[in-house]
Design a protein around this ligand. Structure first.
Ligand code: GYE
Length: 311
């Protein structure tokens, strides 16, 4: 490592750890914050972090992981873009005794192929969003349009499932359109424009459920351009709790979000250091918190409190 070469002392426990991080890309504000926080956490602990941006492609992630294995890193962090297709490369890492930790998304591979996964309960997030809508709408009829995350990703699959569970008993609430917006603002706006066209210029739409805040922000823009009021004419509920959604809430243009911490690396490095030092096996799932925020929660105060968290 650099610290070893220059003779500079860094952190005692992890001074010689080299960790590869295969990040998905930079599709959302939350993702950018996770990247920043991971780099900060590594630096704090004296970990030499090798960072690879896959630009949303699984094949780039697999290439990067093979590169990390060839370099002989001490461990690998992966934020897996989709849930399937990881078995082969994870077996290669296991054969070289390189522990792998998953960040923020789950996969369908056998659990012995990775050390642990640091994620939120994504079904629960969808459920919290759906429960909020059921309560907010009451007995009115409500047509919902859904902006899904990246097709085949665990948050898209699970957040859809949880929301559907929450609204199942409310026969007045129906999802009338559902399409992927790939977790991006641009796509969220584009897809929302097509939903508005298909649903009577938007007047028939009662609520947007977006699998992340960035797509919600794109949808808010599309609603405004269609001459409707987001937050009142059309309710907006999403997930992540990025600063921008609190600004939208403060303006009355968004209604609720479920918080997701960008600090997945902190718990991941804690587990890794304990494992490498004392052979302490972490649980297979390290769950982060999910908290609901609504427009009544003093959004500008929350906005301010998000400063310095990597966004
Ligand atoms: O909610 C979204 C992102 O994988 C849980 O990915 C994460 C999601 C996050 O880009 O904004």
């Amino acid at each position: 490592t650099l610290s070893a070469m220059t003779g500079l002392a860094t952190s005692v426990s992890a001074a010689s750890l080299t960790v590869g991080f295969s990040q998905i890309g930079s599709e959302s504000g939350w993702r950018a914050a996770e990247t920043t926080v991971t780099k900060q956490e590594a630096e704090k602990r004296g970990i030499d972090l090798k960072f690879a941006d896959a630009q949303q492609k699984q094949e780039n992630q697999i290439k990067a992981i093979r590169g990390f294995i060839a370099q002989g890193v001490d461990a690998i962090l992966i934020a897996p873009v989709v849930a399937t297709g990881w078995d082969a490369v994870l077996k290669e890492a296991k054969e070289e005794n390189i522990p792998v930790i998953l960040l923020d998304r789950e996969i369908e591979s056998p659990k012995d192929l990775y050390l642990t996964a640091v994620t939120s309960d994504q079904v629960h997030e969808g459920k919290v969003a759906g429960d909020w809508l059921v309560k907010d709408i009451g007995s009115k009829d409500c047509k919902v349009v859904e902006l899904q995350g990246t097709t085949g990703s665990s948050p898209a699959i699970n957040r859809k499932k949880g929301f559907e569970e929450a609204i199942k008993a409310a026969s007045n609430i129906k999802i009338v359109r559902s399409q992927t917006g790939d977790f991006t603002r641009t796509k969220g706006k584009e897809v929302m424009e097509s939903f508005i066209k298909a649903e009577g210029g938007g007047k028939d739409i009662c609520a947007v459920y977006a699998h992340n805040d960035d797509m919600a922000v794109g949808a808010i823009q599309a609603i405004k351009e269609a001459g409707l009021k987001p937050g009142t004419d059309i309710k907006i509920v999403s997930i992540d709790a990025v600063p921008d959604i609190f600004q939208a809430m403060a303006k009355g243009e968004a209604n609720a979000t479920v918080e997701l911490t960008p600090n997945m690396a902190g718990p991941a490095f804690d587990a890794l250091e304990a494992y490498l030092k004392d052979k302490k096996e972490p649980p297979k799932w390290i769950q982060t918190e999910s908290k609901l925020f609504t427009a009544n929660d003093d959004p500008m105060k929350v906005y301010e409190s998000k400063k310095g968290l990597g966004y």
